[in-house]
Ligand binder design. Structure first.
Ligand code: VG1
Ligand code: CO
Length: 543
């Protein structure tokens, strides 16, 4: 095998978004596309000579072929070692854990997360740093800059690694270690949670339905829930990862996980339901006829995490992304904990976690996690919920009712307008931006605007500023709407409209969120002219 230096030219549009580079699979499969981006990552992080990298993905179409290319490039660029999940598989949180556990210099995670997979769907690649977390904006800016000036990439002219064979092998001068993708992660979960108490819960007949959505969490959930905790076989459904996720959309929300919602709202529903996404970092929590919004889930976990052994000493603080509801803030304030509001994307939590300013983090998009890794973690959230259910003996519905009675309820919903014309979406945001100064004091329907701004984040740890992170409009009485454009989509623009209304009156805590938010929803449309500007009658997806 010899090292080849292949001449290349910059390819337009290789700019990482909210979480790495995501494109149509066919785009990623174009000659040189993956190679250019991979070389730009290696160059952008200052070269990989002598370094150790973790490599793995969610198993979607092109995962194995892409890993073979990445390994040949890593060897040609002088890496000392690659640690690869067997079969090329690693969930995003398991990859984060492996980077940290092995003291690796970073990792490459192949996934487009909740986006569908397959030859006609999406593929993605992201770089995580030595702390196990997604590259910070400073690093992604360097990677992007390299994509714009790249003139060559290095790759071995051959050499394949059997991704299925556990153990050590070599590729040219680079060591390759194929590891069990599940074992280390499952062991970590055992150190955080009271597995005996959860196993007792199962022995007592407590029934769970976990929908792996044909994606990466299948093997993890089988091992942890069924093998280690003793839940009956069949607890995990859709548990075998497939390259196109069974033709489905592996996004754990009431729309795309409707089959699970139907199970959980049936007469004979199990006690607890959950689902995870393509790469295993998201979670949906649903009790018997009781869907828990991700923002509420974060708040409840922040309130009760100390019931689990890993968090028995209490939490340093809690962070949420800007669009996430303020429910977690209310818990933090009541408990005297620090709380932070960051831009969308897990990369913004890394510094806060590294500096021990927070222990728990969450996003409204079904992401929750803690300082145990530097990614959000779907199964972790499920296990923390199970630990809390075991410790309290209460149902999900009772826990939520108690929570709202104590802290009030932040009614919440997100309305997504997908594949909108990009120019129209950008104009909508620009129009709002231009009017921010005039909005305070204006009335819309029976709501009065109390404040409006464009969210900008000053990182308290490294002093960096991230501006342009979404438009926020606040109303008197605890209402809010936020607008931003997705950074993970691959078709036109996706407009996300985040709607929230605080309610504290004891008799008004059990409403349907869409009804409770009707005034905010109408105000959002009136202020942003959503229907007129997008040409849509209503959102494509409501979560
Ligand atoms: C979305 C979510 C965001 C999440 C990101 C990556 O980003 O809104 O909260 O961090 O996906 O999650 P955007 O830019 O489309 O709104 V994952 O599970 O897709 O890696
Ligand atoms: Co994901």
């Amino acid at each position: 095998m010899t090292i080849q230096t292949i001449e290349t030219k910059p390819i337009d549009g290789q700019k990482p978004g909210t979480s790495g580079l995501r494109k149509k699979t066919a785009v990623f499969m174009q000659p040189g596309y993956l190679e250019n981006y991979t070389q730009a990552i290696f160059d952008g992080i200052g070269g990989i000579g002598g370094k150790t990298l973790v490599v793995g993905g969610d198993g979607r179409y092109f995962n194995d072929v892409a890993i073979a290319t990445i390994l040949r490039m890593a060897a040609a660029n002088g890496a000392a070692k690659c640690i690869v999940g067997q079969g090329g598989l690693l969930s995003t949180p398991a990859a984060s854990h492996l980077i940290r556990k092995r003291g690796a210099d970073g990792g490459l995670i192949l996934s487009a997360s909740h986006n569908p997979g397959g030859p006609k769907a999406d593929f993605g690649l992201k770089y995580n740093g030595p702390n196990g977390g997604p590259a910070t904006e400073g690093v992604t800016a360097k990677i992007f800059a390299r994509t714009e000036e790249i003139d060559a990439y290095r790759i071995l002219d051959g050499g394949d690694v059997d991704l299925d064979a556990l153990g050590d092998t070599a590729l040219a001068g680079m060591q390759v270690e194929i590891v069990d993708p599940v074992a280390d992660y499952a062991d970590l979960m055992g150190t955080l949670f009271d597995f005996d108490a959860i196993a007792d819960l199962f022995r007592g007949g407590f029934r769970v339905c976990f929908d792996a959505m044909h994606a990466i969490t299948g093997p993890y959930a089988h091992e942890i829930l069924e093998n280690r905790l003793g839940a009956p076989a069949g607890t995990v459904i859709n548990g075998v990862p497939s390259p196109d996720f069974g033709g489905g959309h592996p996004d754990p929300n009431p729309v795309w996980a409707k089959a699970l919602m139907d199970v959980m709202y049936a007469e004979d529903a199990p006690d607890f339901g959950a689902a995870s996404d393509g790469d295993g970092d998201r979670n949906m929590i649903v009790g018997q006829r009781c869907y828990v919004s991700p923002s509420d889930s974060l708040a409840l976990l922040a309130d009760k995490a100390d019931l689990a052994p890993g968090y028995a000493g209490g939490l340093a603080g809690v962070a949420r992304s800007m669009p996430t509801s303020a429910a977690a803030d209310r818990v933090a304030e009541a408990k005297g904990m620090a709380h932070f509001e960051t831009p969308t994307g897990w990369k913004f939590f890394g510094n806060l976690l590294d500096a021990d300013k927070v222990t728990l983090c969450g996003e409204e998009s079904a992401g929750t996690g803690s300082n145990h890794v530097r990614e959000k973690d779907g199964l972790w959230a499920v296990l923390l919920w199970l630990n809390i259910l075991a410790a309290t003996g209460k149902s999900v519905a009772d826990l939520m009712a108690d929570h709202w009675a104590t802290y009030g309820r932040n009614y919440y919903s997100r309305h997504d307008y997908e594949a909108v014309d990009s120019a129209a979406a950008n104009d909508l945001i620009a129009n709002l931006r231009g009017r921010l100064g005039d909005l305070p004091g204006q009335t819309v329907g029976n709501l009065t605007v109390s404040g409006a701004d464009e969210f900008s984040y000053d990182d308290p740890v490294d002093g960096s500023t991230s501006s342009g992170q979404g438009i926020r409009i606040f109303f008197e009485g605890g209402g809010r709407v936020a607008f931003r454009l997705s950074g993970t989509g691959t078709d036109g623009a996706t407009l996300r409209v985040y709607l929230e209304q605080l309610e504290t009156a004891p008799g008004a805590l059990g409403k349907d969120p869409q009804e409770a938010l009707a005034g905010i929803i109408a105000a959002a449309d009136a202020l942003a002219e959503i229907k007129v500007r997008t040409g849509r009658d209503g959102p494509d997806v409501i979560t």
